[in-house]
Every structure is written in C-alpha cells, then in structure tokens.
Design a protein around this ligand. Structure first.
Ligand SMILES: [Fe+2]
Ligand SMILES: [Fe+2]
Length: 199
C-alpha cells in the first residue's frame, strides 16, 4: 500500500469509528429517554390518582394529560430504537408519591431538567450522528416538555384552583400539550386538531 492509499484507508477507518461512536451515544440516549418517559408516565398516573383522592379533579386531569404525552414520547423513542435493532421491553420504575403540592413541585423539577439539560444534549448527539428518527423524537419530546413546564407552572401559581377542570389537548404524534381551545394544527409536527387527545 503506497502512502496515498494508506492515508485514505486511515481516514475511512477514523470516519467509520466516529460514526460507530455516535450511533452508540444515540442508542444509549434513546434507551435512557425511553426509561425516563416510561417512568414519567407511571409517575403522572400515580400523581393523578393522588390528586383525585385529595379532591383535586383539575390537577388530576392535568396529570393524566401529562401521562398521555409521556407515553407518546416513550413510543417514539421505542420506534427509533427498533430502527437500530433494539427492542425495549421492561423498565425500572422508581418514583415517590407525596401530596399534590409536593407532586407538582417534583414534576416541575423533572420537566425543567429534561427541557434545559437532558433533551438538548441528546439532540446534539443524534444530529451529529445523522439519526433523523432519533432527532425528530428528541425534538418532539423537547418541545412537549416545555409545554409541560408551562402547564405545571400555571398549576403552581398562587391561587390556582386544582378543583377546576382544565381543557387540555395532547398531540398523539409528538406529545405537544396545549390549553389552546382554538388550536388548528400541532405547532411542532403540524398534525391536525382532529388527532389530538382531549382531557
Ligand atoms: Fe413531560
Ligand atoms: Fe404534534
């Protein structure tokens, strides 16, 4: 092998190694995100049951909408993993149920962390890896978690009435969550209003 061919071979080998490392990071991120979203769904269902028990149907409805949205994210991440040949089945479930006030605080902390730190980092890996399906899944989750932060902040405002039912729409495709009664299409994935779940 002469020097020119040697350099080309080395370059191709390094490029292949970089791609493999990127794929590995995206796969790990998708697995972590799937586990986290599955946990979040179960946690919100438990928070909803607690809110109902405490006589707060409004807070319970919001938690149910959030649980639905997190399930959408888990499904999208699972589909992106399946495209990489990984099938997720079970997940560790770790969450604590307190009273509704504390549950709202815990939920907001989690949503802020996902919006500000977790998903932006995952997205950088997936985009560098050129994995479009994972990138779309992470972008959709990121856009949704930001809507979750807004909803939870509203529920934490002074004087918020947790007994009063809110009208909440959740996109069945990306999990985008909205209180906009006049919403026509999903601001993130453009799917029509008809495919939103209503809570
Ligand atoms: Fe969320
Ligand atoms: Fe959407």
């Amino acid at each position: 092998m002469n020097q020119t061919y040697g350099m080309i071979f080395l370059g191709l080998t390094l490029a292949a190694l970089a791609t493999a490392a990127g794929s590995e990071a995206t796969r790990r991120d998708l697995e972590a995100a799937y586990n986290s979203e599955t946990n979040a769904k179960l946690r919100y269902e438990a928070f909803a049951a607690k809110a109902e028990e405490e006589g707060y149907p409004g807070a319970a409805g919001a938690f149910k909408a959030l649980a639905y949205s997190e399930r959408v994210h888990a499904t999208n991440h699972s589909n992106a993993l399946a495209a990489l040949g990984v099938r997720m089945t079970e997940t560790d479930t770790k969450y604590l149920v307190k009273n509704t006030k504390d549950n709202l605080t815990a939920a907001l902390k989690m949503e802020k962390r996902e919006s500000v730190k977790v998903y932006p980092a995952y997205l950088i890996h997936a985009m560098a890896d050129g994995n479009e399906q994972a990138s779309t899944s992470f972008k959709g989750a990121l856009a949704s978690e930001r809507t979750h932060v807004k909803l939870l902040e509203k529920l934490q405002e002074a004087g918020a009435d947790w007994k009063k039912k809110l009208m909440i729409l959740v996109c069945k495709t990306c999990g985008y969550t909205s209180e906009d009664e006049d919403l026509k299409t999903c601001p993130f994935c453009s799917h029509p209003r008809e495919q939103f779940a209503r809570f």
